[in-house]
Each structure stands twice: as C-alpha cells, then as structure tokens.
Design a protein around this ligand. Sequence first.
Ligand SMILES: Nc1ncnc2c1ncn2[C@@H]1O[C@H](COP(=O)(O)OP(=O)(O)O)[C@@H](O)[C@H]1O
Ligand SMILES: [Mg+2]
Length: 500
Amino acid sequence: MSEKEIKDDCHKILSPPPVYFIKSISEQGYSLSTAVADLVDNSVTAGAKRVELLINTNVTPLRLFIADDGCGMTVEEITSNMRFPSADLDAPRAGNDLGRFGLGLKTGSFSQARKFTLVSSKQGMLYEARTWDVEYLKKTKDWTLLIESDEATGNFLKDFYTQSLDFHSRSEVFVPRTLIVWEDLYKLERLKKRSEINDELEELRSHLGLVFHRFLQSGKLEIRLNNSMIDAFDPFPVNAPGVQLIAENYWQSTDTFVRFQGIILPKRAAAEVKEGPTVWAPHGRTLEETQGIFVYRNERLISYGGWLRTISKSVSLQFGRIKIDITNANDSEFHLNVAKSSLKLPFGLKRAMSEMVAGVAAQAAKEFRERLASGIIRNTAAKSGLSLITRYSNAAGPVLGINHDFELIRELEKNLGSAQLDLLRTITCLLEKKLNQIWKGDLLSSSDVDSGLSAEDKEKIVRLWKHYKESGYAEGEIREFLLESFTHNSDTVNFINSLT
Ligand SMILES: Nc1ncnc2c1ncn2[C@@H]1O[C@H](COP(=O)(O)OP(=O)(O)O)[C@@H](O)[C@H]1O
Ligand SMILES: [Mg+2]
C-alpha cells in the first residue's frame, strides 16, 4: 500500500461549509448593540481614543461604518485576523485585552451583515482591505476571502469621509487607522419603518454609553454615533444624594480576586425615571430592567439586568445594584459567552456574595415598600378624609396608622353602637399592627414599633380575649393569636399569660 493510500484510508478532511458555518456561529446571542460593542472592544484594545460610527438611515442599502484611531494592522494581520477564529483560546492575552475567542470581529459582523470589509493600515503604511461576503462564499463554496484592490480600498475610505462630512458637517476630518464596513445589513433591513431602525440606533447609543461608561468617563475614549457624542451612563451614581452604599467586599480563590460592592438607589428614583433622563437609569430603560448584579471585565460592563441566579428578579428589588470587577484572567471560571453578554458566577463567589445579595435585596425591598407606602399614605399634617392610611411618628420612629377621619370610616362609625364601635376599633388596631410589620419588613421579628404595653392595648387584649372565649376558641389558640398580633415584649407576654 502506498503512503497516499494509507492516508486516504485513515482519514478524511471535512471542512465546514463556509456559509452554513458562518450563519450558525453568528447566531450567538448578538443584538445590534452587543455586536457593535464587540467591535468597539477591539478598538479599545487597539488603544483607540476615538471610535466613529456612521449609518445613514435615509439611504438604502444601509451601510454601517465603524472607524477607530487605534494601532491599525499590517496586511498580514488583516488577513490572519479575518480567520475564524484568529487566535488560540488558551493563548495568553494582555491584561487590557477585551477580546476572548478570536471571533468577535467576524461573528459580531456576520450577526448583523452578510458582507463586511476590514480596512486598516499600520502607521506609515498603505491601507489594505479584505472582505468576507456570504454571496461570494455561496459561489465558491470555499473559504475565499476577497482581497480588495487599491481602488476599492480607497473607495471605502472615501465613502466614509463623504458620509462623515455630508451627513453631519463638522470642521475636522477624522482619519481612521481601522475601518470596518458592514453591508447587506439583513437584520436592520428587515425592519419595516425607518423609525424602528432609529429606535435600534437609540438603543445602540444607550448600550454603548452604559457598557463603556468607565472609559468614556475617564476621558480615555470618545465614541460618536453619526457625529454626535455618546454620553457615559454610570449605573453606580455613588455621589448622588440619597444613594446608600453597602461596604465593599471581596472573594479570593487560588487565582481569582474579585471585588464587589452594593448600592441602594433612593425611592424617589422611581418617580424621577418616569419623568425624563436621570442618573438612575440609562435612557429608555427602567429601574426594574437595571436591577441586580453588574459585572465589569477589565472595566467594560459585560452583564447586568438580573441577579445571576443568586435571587430572582423582582419589581420590589428595583433599587438594588451590586457591581463586580473581574479581569480577562477569570474568563473560563465565569463561562463568558461568545457575544460577551452573559456569564455564570463561580460557585464560591456566589456563596461569598450571598450575604451582600441578601442585604442589598432587603434594603432595596424596604425602599420599595416605603415608596409604595408614600404613594398611598399621607403625613398626619396632611390628614384628610381622603387618605385611609396616615403616617406619624412616635418614640420608635415613623409608624403607619388607619385614619379614623377617613370619610368612609367616619360614616361607618357614626352608625355603630358602642359594642360594634369597640369591635371596629379593635379590627383597625390589628390592621395597624400588621401594616407596620409588613411596612418594616419585620413579620418574623420580635421587635415592634412600641415598647412596653399601653393601657389602651391592655384594654384591646382583654376585649379580644373575651370575644374569642365567648365564640368558643381554645385558650391556647387565642393566646397564640394575641401574641402574634401584639408586641412580643415581656410585658405583653406576661399580660396575655395572666389571662389564662
Ligand atoms: N479595530 C482594530 N484595531 C486593531 N486590531 C484589531 C481591530 N479589530 C480587530 N483587531 C485584531 O483582530 C483580532 C481578532 O479580533 P476578534 O475577531 O474580535 O477576536 P478577539 O478580539 O477575541 O481577539 C484581534 O485580536 C486584534 O488583534
Ligand atoms: Mg474582539
């Protein structure tokens, strides 16, 4: 048997059909926003100070330009970086590298476009351009990368300059080192109305302002979309009045060090977010969507909007946020996905964070209850026939009470005999106790708003005791009910015990 025959018998080369492969691998949970963010990651890693995004939604077919002034690439680098993937996953990466799989440029681009071109030059060298085009791959049925001519390369740059100057005129010309052009934007073009496309662009603006906020705030980076600057949005406005900070903590394993810190937004944030742009939530997003754990990887926000399976998302937790800082050395432990938009917390970290998560959740829920209460409760000063519940202060701080001036209660009381009135007063007293326990999130706690036992409470306890006895309830049951309804302090317990 010849060597050739042995080889043929032993194996067969099975290359993935390029078009199938590209379509499958590009559906990795990308949206327009996360795909563009993946390209901006590359610009940041390349040391860019400026990223320019241009798309004219008045002109079809649509084209998106992503340009930066980073380090650029040699012609060899352009070609090799167009490969799927362009680097070994296990190869060491610089500490500031926002990349991960050697795929983002390709998968991010193909998730939105069926054709994309990478134009780049290293300082002092000529621009070169390479294109992946699904239509061309369909014809050649092989991994055939298009090498753009000098003229075509020049045209990509010219189109970028023209669009930049025509579209929104400005004085200085931005010279890109790297320019990526997305064409055949099949996802955006599927949208029927131009307003829907513009909504997507607004979402993109908001996303980039949020996920790159640390770079934007530090002045290290500027990103413009259609020549208008993208503003940073910091979801941890620690200096805003009313924000509560939960002390920072950390988790350390053999080769991982992770810091985390919680904040509670003030309840007024809920009303303010509804009225317009605030420091509390990024444009177009609610507090509910932006609760939970925010994970930063090398300063870039990669995950937010949930509690990463520590606790469930809930409307009542909308004021709670926790930030975690990790680096690209932690990637495999956190199971980062290709779109760099989702991850899992390592078990040890989850356990280390449980106390903080519980603390932030409890504080956030308290803030939420107070907000709810403030919507239906008036202060005693504003007492009127229109509020069923009022808030006043006693020695233990603010408490809630049923307002006996509430029109309907007043009406009812007018028509009751003294025995019925006593019963109604007892019911409202029990309601008040429960209301305060719920309000303070203290259902199971033995502390209460009162201390000691007032003569008024004694009277109510005796009345209830008699009433339930006469109705045939067992003493043990009545005792339990009274203990649950009134303060658990020793005076009350002794008094209730003395009745049996
Ligand atoms: N804008 C850019 N400027 C300079 N180099 C870039 C740029 N975009 C991509 N690259 C190079 O191409 C490589 C491949 O990019 P990508 O497919 O996103 O994978 P990853 O970022 O995970 O390495 C990057 O590692 C980088 O070397
Ligand atoms: Mg990348």
